[in-house]
Ligand binder design. Structure first.
Ligand code: FES
Length: 106
């Protein structure tokens, strides 16, 4: 379990306990947090689960895989801390993680 704070583009914060083994995307979708669409259901095939990892957390969360990198090309406004949230697995080490959602997923 890890507490993850999801911050919508308008600044609305949602602090949620997400079970270990779920993805950061699943934690949002299961809790009806707006801002992550996840059209492909987590298959790394849509880029509508794009999020920004808080700068303090970038090293701990790690780098995207080559496949994720190529999907990120389809997202808008990609930054150096961009990730696809379906590709971030929740673990106890991510307790306190802060994620920001982009203005739009399309
Ligand atoms: S849910 Fe489709 S790429 Fe993450």
């Amino acid at each position: 379990m890890a507490k993850i704070t999801y911050i919508e583009h308008d600044g609305t914060e949602h602090a949620i306990d997400v079970k270990t083994g779920l993805s950061v995307m699943e934690g949002a979708v299961k809790n009806n947090i707006p801002g992550i669409d996840a059209d492909c259901g987590g298959a790394c095939a849509c880029a509508t689960c794009h999020v920004y990892v808080d700068e303090e957390w970038v090293d701990k969360v790690g780098k995207p895989s080559a496949m994720e990198e190529s999907m990120l090309d389809f997202a808008e406004n990609v930054e150096s801390n961009s990730r696809l949230s379906c590709q971030i697995k929740v673990s106890d080490e991510l307790e306190g993680l802060i994620i920001r959602m982009p203005a739009s997923q399309h």
